[in-house]
Design a protein around this ligand. Structure first.
Ligand SMILES: [Zn+2]
Length: 221
């Protein structure tokens, strides 16, 4: 894994930066697809993990959540409004009706798992503060550390092109996003923070504060 900042690591994946998993102050953030569990657990060996939290209940973020929590004996935390999807596993039912969502659930989703803590705006996760950032899912949350302005923002903004994987700021695809207008509001809330380090669900981490803020400003209202 790669150190990004104090107490913050990005696990390696293959291909790199396609589905990001972070270790933030001993909390594992997101868990890629269910096929990633071995690579996640291997990299966590020798590291202290106290809990696992997700940014949102989509198959490419909760896929290995159940396996990781079982293997490490740690609790699973999720945004309050995403907890039902985590616990009943019916993810595609809560997404726009598009064949890719059914396909993605079948190919990538992990089993349901009980949510031990329902995260709300202002809650603490390690040194990070929970921010409600709904839109891409009903209970999408981001994690913010004011002291060094580090932001883990899940899929509110992509750090690469969804098809080509080329680095750059993009909105998440509409067919994966039940409420794009609300997601844009969430993006504006995050841009106001002027993050120094931006850690995406998809795409390489970025320190381009200005580019990020300008991208979000360019989004239609
Ligand atoms: Zn995603």
């Amino acid at each position: 894994m790669k150190r990004l900042a104090d107490g913050l690591h990005l696990l390696s994946g293959f291909p790199p930066n396609v589905m990001n998993v972070y270790l933030a102050d001993g909390v594992l953030i997101d868990a890629a697809t269910r096929h990633a569990r071995r690579r996640i657990l291997r990299q966590l060996r020798g590291h202290e993990v106290s809990a696992h939290a997700i940014t949102h209940a989509h198959p490419d973020h909760q896929g290995s959540s159940h396996a990781v929590c079982e293997a490490l004996g740690v609790p699973l935390w999720a945004g309050e409004a995403d907890a039902p999807a985590v616990e009943d596993g019916r993810i595609a039912d809560r997404q726009p009706s598009h064949p890719l969502n059914r396909l993605s659930e079948r190919a990538f989703a992990g089993p349901p798992h009980p949510v031990a803590r329902r995260l709300r705006e202002g809650d603490r996760v390690g040194c990070f503060t929970v921010l409600d950032t709904p839109g891409h899912s009903a209970g999408h949350v981001s994690y913010w550390r004011e002291s060094d302005r580090t932001l883990i923002l899940g899929d509110v903004v992509f750090g690469c092109h969804p098809c080509t994987g080329r680095p750059g700021f993009h909105e998440p695809p509409v067919f994966f996003t039940p409420d794009p207008a609300r997601n844009r509001e969430s993006a504006r809330k995050l841009a106001e923070l002027e993050p120094a380090l931006i850690c995406f669900g998809h795409g390489p981490p970025s320190r381009d504060t200005r580019g990020f803020v300008e991208f979000v400003r360019s989004l239609p209202r």
